[in-house]
Design a protein around this ligand. Structure first.
Ligand code: PEP
Length: 257
């Protein structure tokens, strides 16, 4: 099975010109489906200027849960859908811990995205380098809260996830302590945790969910993660801004078919 690749540009690069150049570079490098999460300000122009042949799916880095209303500074699932955006990352650790987003808010965002036929990429992961057991307790607790009440939308997710490329829920396992480049975790441990996440979601919600690894993935370490069939792909942050790193990552993922 082909691995999914999501590139999270975070609050980079500094101009639309640079973003467009990077976007076109990724488009030319790959024939496979890749998702890119650029800053909000660039979304509309990237969608409108996307080459018809490009298979890149554009997603947001964050979204609000309600569709319209008095929510200063927020952008709704309805708005991104009308703009041609495929979905959004939800619960990234930088939003959980710097912007203090809690599980209740994250849960509302996931439900709203799925209800509106948009993809939710849920990020979960332990904050400290805990024992495997402690990490699993932490992650399962997050999953329990973040995926609470998704049962009403389950038909939409499972119907759409029959064709894997159309799934409306992807989970990214991102140990918080390893995010930021240069601090990768042990691939075997990540594969084990990912296996447990899949088991948990299957048991609680009856869903076969795709689970990616994220945390300092780069050209040097990606091969160690590619060995594990449990890891369905990667969410790449820092390395996704460097052309040489992107080329190398895309090539290694493509060769792994
Ligand atoms: C991320 O932003 O989700 C991420 C994994 O970042 P990095 O690759 O820089 O660790």
């Amino acid at each position: 099975m082909k691995k999914t690749l999501i590139l999270n540009w975070k609050m980079n690069p500094e101009s639309f010109k640079m973003a467009k150049e990077l976007f076109d570079f990724v488009s030319e490098k790959t024939k496979d489906q890749i998702m890119i999460a650029p800053p909000y300000l660039y979304l509309k122009d990237l969608v409108n200027n996307q080459n018809k042949k490009s298979k890149i799916k554009i997603i947001a880095q964050n979204v609000f849960w309600d569709l319209l209303g008095a929510y200063t500074g927020e952008i709704s699932p309805l708005m991104i859908k009308k703009m041609g955006i495929s979905g959004s990352i939800v619960g990234h650790s930088e939003r959980r811990y710097i912007l203090k987003e809690d599980d209740d808010l994250i849960n509302k965002k996931i439900i709203s995205l799925i209800k509106n036929d948009l993809l939710a990429v849920l990020c979960v992961g332990e904050t400290h380098k805990d024992s495997l057991n402690q990490a699993l307790i932490f992650i399962k607790n997050q999953l329990k809260k973040d995926l609470s009440k998704i049962s009403n939308s389950i038909n939409k997710i499972s119907y759409l996830s029959a064709g894997r490329k159309n799934t409306k829920l992807i989970i990214a396992y991102e140990p918080v302590w390893s995010i930021g480049g240069g601090k990768p975790t042990d691939a075997e441990r990540s594969a084990l945790i990912i296996k447990e996440i899949k088991k948990f979601v299957k048991e609680k919600h009856g869903l076969d969910v795709e689970v990616l690894y994220g945390g300092s993935v780069d050209c040097k370490n990606i091969s160690s993660f590619l060995k594990y069939k449990e890891i369905d792909g990667f969410l790449v942050g820092s390395a996704s801004l460097k052309k040489s790193e992107i080329s190398c990552i895309i090539n290694k993922v493509a060769q792994n078919k």
